[in-house]
Design a protein around this ligand. Structure first.
Ligand code: IFM
Length: 471
């Protein structure tokens, strides 16, 4: 057993998103997002038929929730503005929507919680989806205009801005695996969305830079991108083909974004490989200039699981779509069976050192990390609290490896847990619970700390914890 001490100035906070918490889906002039549309069209696709409508009711109880986060000793929280709440159909600010976020940021600040604000977290307004969504350059332009309006509205209240959350996830889930509405399986359409989001991100950063020059956003503010970085690994004795699969998988998911935010360009080897397999991204003259503006001040890393790959058994699937890598099942893996995700805390250390070595100027923080468990009610003890030791083990292990990366020179500044208060998780709804605080859907969404909340409170107070893991 060793004691892990958090580095000086290292912040601890909570991560959440607008669409997964706010609810109030048709309140105060909010427009439909694609989540509301999918819920209307096919509620059976959502676990227990719980659609997007209520979130965890944060819109109505944000003050109590902020008080809860403060009570746990956290000093920051990340959420997202919903495009469909902030702007009306003509792209103008909806005063009621804006007023909600003004109230939220003001209350958080007063409570001593610094808001970190993401502009887009998988929540395409439906009217823009009908104009082509991320496959349309008009929507890319509309995003830039949305970003400009958000900077103008909240520029004096927010210090930490992020253009997108996990920009690869929405294209893959909507257009590659087809898990999310509109359930398309088309590699080219997926990568076109990924490319267009890269342009939108870059235009968003550019709008931010101009707002800063004009004094519209605070002089002490910064802009970043939050992405899901899954360190890529292959088997211990890789073939040339395994290494090629590793390079491409890492290239599409990690280097794509890392190059964009540090160099203002996309990885050539990935672009060449796409071109050689006939994938067309709709590249236009002048795009390089736009992408060159995508360089950020720092980065958010969402880490849940590693990405283990090997050479693909076949270069294309039955549907003719290219396959660059197959999953590799590591014989020693430990699984979170509820989510089907491997638990590998050392991945954060490996990612931290990769950033230190390959992008030495880049500051970063862990913008999400957490464990979602199904059926937690079965762990309720005699005291009425959910006994969730596994959550403490999960967080302690990840924090311990992260602290080690920092002690070896990685410029990681803090950690946000996803999601300190149970929230709605897209089509999985409330199936897997992430929180240190339970949300009781059967009793008016009442909040109740789980046993792990006492541990978290202790860590924020003492800035250290005991850890039983590997030295
Ligand atoms: O719920 C999501 C979140 O929206 C993005 N990162 C992963 C979380 C857990 O699945």
């Amino acid at each position: 057993m060793s004691v892990v001490r958090l580095p000086e100035g290292f912040f601890l906070g909570a991560a959440m998103s607008g669409a997964q918490t706010e609810g109030a889906y048709a309140v105060g002039g909010k427009l439909e997002s694609l989540w509301d549309t999918w819920s209307d069209l096919d509620i059976g696709s959502f676990t227990n038929k719980v659609g997007s409508y209520v979130g965890n009711d944060f819109y109505h109880c944000y003050e109590a929730d902020i008080d809860l986060l403060k009570g746990l000793g956290l000093t920051s929280f990340r959420t997202s503005i919903q495009w469909s709440r902030l702007l009306d159909r003509d792209g103008q600010v909806n005063p009621e929507g804006a007023a909600f976020y003004h109230r939220l940021f003001a209350y958080a600040r007063k409570a001593g919680l610094e808001p970190f604000v993401t502009l887009y977290h998988f929540d395409m307004p439906t009217y823009l989806y009908r104009r082509g969504g991320w496959e349309s350059r008009d929507v890319v332009e509309a995003y830039a205009s949305y970003a400009r309006k958000a900077f103008a509205e909240f520029g004096q209240e927010v210090r930490y801005w992020f253009t997108f959350n996990e920009p690869i996830v929405e294209p893959e889930n909507r257009y590659l695996t087809g898990e999310w509405y509109p359930h398309v399986r088309d590699f080219q359409r997926c990568r076109t969305c990924q490319y267009d989001i890269s342009l939108a991100h870059s235009l968003g950063v550019w709008e931010y830079r101009r707002a800063k020059e004009a004094g519209v956003v605070r002089a002490d503010s910064r802009i970043g991108l939050v992405s899901s970085f899954a360190p890529a690994y292959t088997r211990d004795d890789p073939s040339e083909a395994d290494l090629a699969a590793l390079r491409m998988s890492d290239g599409i998911s990690n280097r794509w974004w890392l190059d964009l935010v540090t160099k203002g360009s996309l990885p050539e080897d990935v672009m060449d490989e796409f071109a050689s397999t006939g994938v067309e991204l709709g590249i236009r003259p002048g795009d390089d200039e736009i992408l060159s503006r995508g360089v950020v001040d720092w980065l958010g890393c969402n880490y849940y699981q590693p990405n283990r790959v090997q050479a693909p058994a076949r270069p294309t699937g039955d549907d003719g779509q290219p396959i660059f890598a197959d999953p590799y099942v590591w014989p020693d893996r430990v699984m979170n069976e509820s989510r089907g995700w491997e638990i590998y805390p050392k991945g954060l250390y490996d990612f931290g050192l990769k950033i230190r070595d390959e992008y030495p100027d880049l500051e970063w923080y862990v913008s999400e990390n957490g464990i979602g468990i199904e059926g937690e009610d079965a762990n309720r003890g005699a005291d009425g609290l959910i006994a969730d030791d596994y959550r403490v083990d999960f967080v302690a292990g990840h924090l311990a490896w992260l602290v080690r990366a920092v002690s070896e020179g990685s410029r990681c500044r803090g950690y946000h847990y996803w999601a300190v208060i149970d929230n709605w998780s897209w089509n999985h709804a409330f199936k897997n619970r992430y929180g240190f605080v339970e949300v009781d859907l059967a009793h008016g969404y009442e909040r109740r700390p789980k046993a792990s909340a006492a541990w978290l409170r202790d860590v924020t107070r003492t800035r250290e914890f005991e850890w039983e893991g590997a030295e």
